[in-house]
Design a protein. Structure first.
Length: 163
């Protein structure tokens, strides 16, 4: 039996490349806003934002993926997602250069992530989608962070909550 379901993805850019995550994981998209920095966190952990009275950790996907930090924040957005972790679900914001649109892709439009050798970690890539002759890297947001990073994000969030 073949899978013919159409899946919806939120597309966004990082360093002029198009990425996507399943809309099921997206709670909302907000414009770039002031991020309160938290000391002694990893480079990709930008800090926290206040969303309706709750502190939400924000990570910079560019930095996480080894890209230079974004300079132009006029078009940047924060994608608020719910990530499944070994320690439970975690709401966090993912900083993207710009958010594009919600698209639909059928399974036939998605190819498995290519293997690049041992140096590049592709375990968090669900596949490569193709729409209008463009390639879209489909990310599995649940697999982007390892357990140690999730623990550090949780500690930073807890430290801020006790202040």
């Amino acid at each position: 039996m073949s899978d013919t379901r159409t899946n919806q993805y939120l597309t966004f850019t990082l360093e002029e490349e198009q990425y996507a995550i399943t809309v099921v994981k997206v709670q909302e998209v907000i414009e770039f806003t002031h991020i309160t920095k938290i000391p002694k966190t990893t480079a990709f952990m930008k800090g926290v934002v206040n969303i309706r009275g709750s502190s939400v950790p924000v990570i910079d996907l560019r930095v996480k993926f080894g890209m230079p930090e974004a300079v132009d924040m006029k078009t940047a957005s924060i994608i608020v997602t719910e990530v499944e972790t070994p320690t439970g679900n975690l709401v966090l914001g993912a900083l993207a250069d710009s958010v594009q649109e919600v698209i639909e892709l059928e399974p036939s439009q998605i190819e498995p992530a290519p293997r690049f050798g041992a140096k590049l970690n592709i375990e968090f890539i669900d596949g490569i989608g193709k729409k209008d002759e463009k390639f879209i890297i489909i990310l599995n947001i649940d697999k982007i962070f390892n357990t140690d990073e999730v623990i550090q994000i949780n500690k930073a969030e807890a430290a801020l909550a006790t202040e």
